[in-house]
Design a protein around this ligand. Structure first.
Ligand SMILES: [Mg+2]
Length: 250
């Protein structure tokens, strides 16, 4: 398994992305947390298309954790990771507030993983394989490895992740408008930067961009049909339909 080839990272939160500052097993408040920036750096090195944080928070149902306060903490961790890894990786998260082991949305069940991946695939209009995915979690409980097994993807313990060498991410040069490939080659960041510099026009406008090689370009628009149907559309467009307006009687 090559981590650098992974496009989707599922990751646990407690003891994986964050740890308690107090050293206690369970945080004594939402302030009792330290971001594990060494783990953040490894995720950035993988340069995936998306990171999905999946966290069991049974303490909410049990009454130890205030859900409203926890939501703020969760959003902060998501936002921190998003800013750290950069805009070419999409970061999102889900947490499970219940302790019901039968609930599909509680790990080691996989509904949190599949629902986020499904939504992401719909947005991109692109299907990922299980081989594209990796699950990163701690080994303090066996829940994490079991979640990966149930989902059907590789599992990497977070402590192992920190020792793994990840190949430097490769880049491609694309036209900014439409993000079509410049020449299809996948190159190092230094090489890609060189190409972009060479193609900056006289006005100083950069027409090309550098994106990670795993970037999925939008599908090209279908060519427009001949002008006859367009004339018909112009006549129809006099009736303005609001997005949530009631259906008009024709
Ligand atoms: Mg954990």
């Amino acid at each position: 398994m090559k981590l650098s080839e992974k496009r989707i990272v599922f990751i646990d939160m407690d003891d994986t992305l964050i740890k308690t500052t107090s050293g206690k097993t369970f945080p004594i408040g939402i302030y009792d947390m330290t971001l594990r920036l060494d783990v953040f750096a490894k995720i950035k090195a993988i340069a995936p298309n998306a990171v999905f944080i999946v966290s069991n928070q049974g303490g909410i149902e049990a009454g130890f954790v205030n859900i409203t306060l926890f939501q703020q903490k969760f959003m902060y961790v998501i936002a921190s990771l998003q800013e750290y890894v950069g805009i070419h990786t999409f970061v999102a998260g889900k947490f499970c507030p219940t302790q019901d082991a039968k609930f599909e949305g509680r790990k080691p069940n996989t509904a949190m993983l599949t629902s986020m991946l499904d939504e992401f695939e719909q947005i991109l209009d692109h299907k990922f394989t299980k081989e594209d995915c990796v699950y990163i979690g701690d080994t303090l409980v066996d829940t994490e490895e079991l979640t990966a097994k149930n989902f059907g993807c590789d599992f990497v313990p977070v402590e192992t992740l920190l020792t793994m060498k990840i190949d430097a991410p490769m880049y491609r040069v694309v036209y900014k408008k439409g993000y079509s490939d410049f020449d299809g080659k996948i190159v190092t960041k230094a090489e890609a930067t060189q190409v972009v510099r060479e193609h900056t026009n006289d006005k100083g406008e950069t027409e090309l961009d550098i994106v990670p090689s795993k970037f999925i370009a939008p599908k090209p628009e279908e060519p427009k049909k001949e002008s006859k149907p367009e004339v018909k559309q112009e006549k129809k467009s006099k009736v303005i339909k609001l997005p949530f307006a009631k259906k008009l009687n024709n």
